[in-house]
Design a protein around this ligand. Structure first.
Ligand SMILES: [Zn+2]
Length: 138
C-alpha cells in the first residue's frame, strides 16, 4: 500500500491523519475477515487498551495489530522505503509511530497481554497468515 496522498486534504484532517494510527484500513479488514473465518470473535479498537489494538480477544488476553509497512516502518521490508528527498518530512513522523508501537506493545505485554503484529506484506500469503493467526489465537 502506498502512503495516501495528503496534499488534497484539509490541514485539520491532515493533522488527524498524522496523529492517529489509521483505522479500518484494507489490510485490517482483510485480517478481520480471516480471523472471523477461523472462528474467533474479537473487539475492534478497544479504547481501554494501550494503542487501541485493531483486534482484541478479551477472554484470551490477546491482541493483534495490523500494521502498514510504510506507516509503521516494517524493518527490512521494501514497503517501508522512504525516498531520500522526503526524509526530512517523513522520518520524524514515522519514527514517532514506531516509538509509539514499541511503547504500546511493551505496556500490553507488561499487563499480561500477548501481542501479535501482522504486517501488510504478510497478506500476500493468505494460507501462511491464517496458520500464524490460528497458532497465535489457539
Ligand atoms: Zn512489510
Amino acid at each position: 500500500m502506498k502512503a495516501p496522498k495528503i496534499s488534497s486534504v484539509s490541514p485539520q484532517r491532515r493533522r488527524t491523519m498524522q496523529a492517529i494510527r489509521s483505522k479500518n484500513t484494507k489490510p485490517e479488514i482483510f485480517v478481520r475477515k480471516l480471523v472471523h473465518g477461523l472462528g474467533f470473535r474479537f473487539r475492534l479498537h478497544h479504547k481501554g487498551l494501550h494503542g487501541s489494538p485493531d483486534l482484541a480477544f478479551i477472554g484470551r488476553k490477546k491482541v493483534i495489530f495490523v500494521n502498514g509497512c510504510f506507516w509503521h516502518q516494517h524493518s527490512g521490508c521494501p514497503g517501508c522505503h522512504v525516498p531520500k528527498s522526503k526524509h526530512a518530512y517523513w522520518l520524524p513522523k514515522l519514527r514517532r509511530n514506531v516509538e509509539r508501537d514499541v511503547a504500546n506493545t511493551a505496556a500490553l505485554r507488561k499487563a499480561g497481554w500477548k501481542v501479535l503484529t501482522v504486517w501488510e506484506c504478510e497478506l500476500k500469503n493468505t494460507k501462511r497468515l491464517a496458520t500464524r493467526l490460528q497458532k497465535f489465537l489457539a
